[in-house]
Design a protein. Structure first.
Length: 451
């Protein structure tokens, strides 16, 4: 449906607030402010679209342009283009850019200004695709949400007309004029913007918005508590329904993490808005990492949804490069994305052997054991080193060894005792037994001659 003649004169506002659009099909008597073209009635010059003024084929976007002109006049208290004749005004609609509404009244919101300017784009492609889209932006502006229309740049007006064509007079700013404009602007903003912009203009958008006319924009309830979301939706005539709980890395537990439909979606009053409550960040268990290489441990952390934290090297008997400690330990539940610290083996610590030659066995043993070595003691005689003193060590002093390695010390037993050889006793002669003396035979006395 294309009305072709949207203007304030065709909008009726009843005492009870009811808004009606009249004069559908504009074949009617022509007044001094109406332009005609052979076989086509174009509409009222102050509100017609550029394509109407040029006699081109029109579509629903032509009505959007006219609606933008109405909104412009509601906001500023004046039409965007003025001239001495309908032809002059029509030509301005084709060739000139309207002065930004906020140039007339800086109390106008930037959102309302952007909506009016987009609706009045010269090229239909740059306007709202449909009245429903324009209505959606108006609803967003009404609740302070960001609109889709681009912000208006306040630069000096650039005329596209030839010098021979009269243009709208440029506003002359004076202190009194500014004061009057602001005063009128605040009245317009307070009365017309509320009653007209949010009433008449929204109604017009609804009339040409088809079946979507009575729909409302879904508010943003993300990161709110369930009760806050329910209250906000209820204010729009919508129903909140919590359907599930989900993990969220960005929304605290107990708050709304997801809503369907999303913010700004136009839905029928009474529609159900499905809400998902956040359970906070997902909890995952720290995997077993001890014994893995550093790269394997990092891969395991990432696979579990965790991140590597600080890395520390430590001397350990484990193979260099392997993880020897994890903090927090394996099995600890953490929020997904948390960091886990690891300690990596640097191999066993090498210790420089201290010199102990010439020291007592007790001192040498204590010193070496303090370094973490295992002391092996050997002893031998020495003619030059007193007993109990270390003669030599193996390995030599200054050698680097792992803790727990063996260090041998040789301790003097003193000079070896040697015994003087005692003289061999001469053998005692064996006692000889004197032979029994042979009896001496006395000679028998010779008989005396007397006998």
């Amino acid at each position: 449906l294309i009305h072709r003649d949207i203007k304030p004169g065709n909008i009726l506002l009843a005492d009870d607030g009811t808004v009606k659009v009249t004069d559908f099909g504009i074949a009617r008597a022509i007044d001094t402010d109406t332009v005609t073209q052979t076989a086509a009635v174009l509409g009222t010059a102050s509100y017609l679209s550029p394509e109407q003024a040029q006699g081109h084929q029109v579509d629903a976007r032509s009505d959007i342009y006219s609606l933008g002109v109405v909104l412009y006049e509601v906001l500023t208290g004046r039409p965007p283009f003025q001239g001495d004749s309908p032809v002059t005004v029509a030509y301005q609609h084709v060739q000139e850019l309207p002065r930004p509404p906020r140039d007339w009244n800086d109390a106008i919101s930037t959102s309302a200004e952007a909506i009016a300017v987009r609706a009045m784009a010269k090229n239909p492609v740059n306007r709202y695709p449909s009245a429903a889209d324009m209505r959606d932006d108006l609803l967003r502006a009404r609740v302070g949400e960001q609109v889709s229309a681009p912000a208006v740049l306040h630069a000096e007006e650039t005329a596209l007309l030839d010098a021979a064509v009269p243009s709208a007079p440029r506003p002359v700013r004076t202190e009194n004029a500014d004061r009057r404009r602001r005063s009128v602007g605040y009245v317009l903003l307070a009365v017309l913007s509320v009653l007209a912009t949010l009433g008449i203009v929204l109604f017009l958008a609804s009339v040409f918005g088809g079946e979507d006319a009575q729909r409302v924009a879904v508010p943003d309830v993300l990161n709110r508590t369930a009760s806050e979301a329910e209250s906000l939706l209820d204010q729009r005539g919508l129903e909140a329904r919590v359907v599930d709980e989900v993990y969220s890395d960005t929304v605290d537990a107990g708050r709304i993490a997801k809503q369907v439909p999303g913010r700004g979606t136009m839905v029928a009053p009474g529609s159900i808005i499905q809400l998902s409550l956040s359970r906070g960040r997902e909890q995952v268990a720290v995997p077993e990492l001890v014994g893995l290489s550093e790269s394997e441990a990092i891969a395991a952390l990432r696979e579990a949804g965790l991140l590597p934290g600080t890395r520390e090297n430590r001397f350990d008997e484990a193979e260099p490069g392997t993880v020897v400690e994890v903090n927090p330990p394996a099995g600890t539940p953490l929020a997904r994305g948390s960091r886990v610290d690891i300690v990596v083996s640097a191999g066993e610590e090498l210790v420089r052997v201290r010199p102990v030659e010439g020291r007592s066995e007790a001192d040498a043993t204590f010193d070496l054991e303090e370094q973490g070595f295992e002391v092996i003691v050997e002893r031998e005689f020495s003619d030059s080193v007193e007993e109990g003193i270390v003669i030599e060590q193996d390995p030599d002093a200054g050698t680097e060894l792992e803790k727990g390695a063996e260090v041998t010390i040789v301790v003097s037993r003193g000079p070896e005792e040697t015994e003087e050889p005692s003289p061999e006793p001469s053998p005692e002669p064996e006692p000889t037994q004197d032979p029994d003396p042979e009896p001496t035979l006395l000679p028998e006395p010779e008989p005396s001659p007397s006998e």
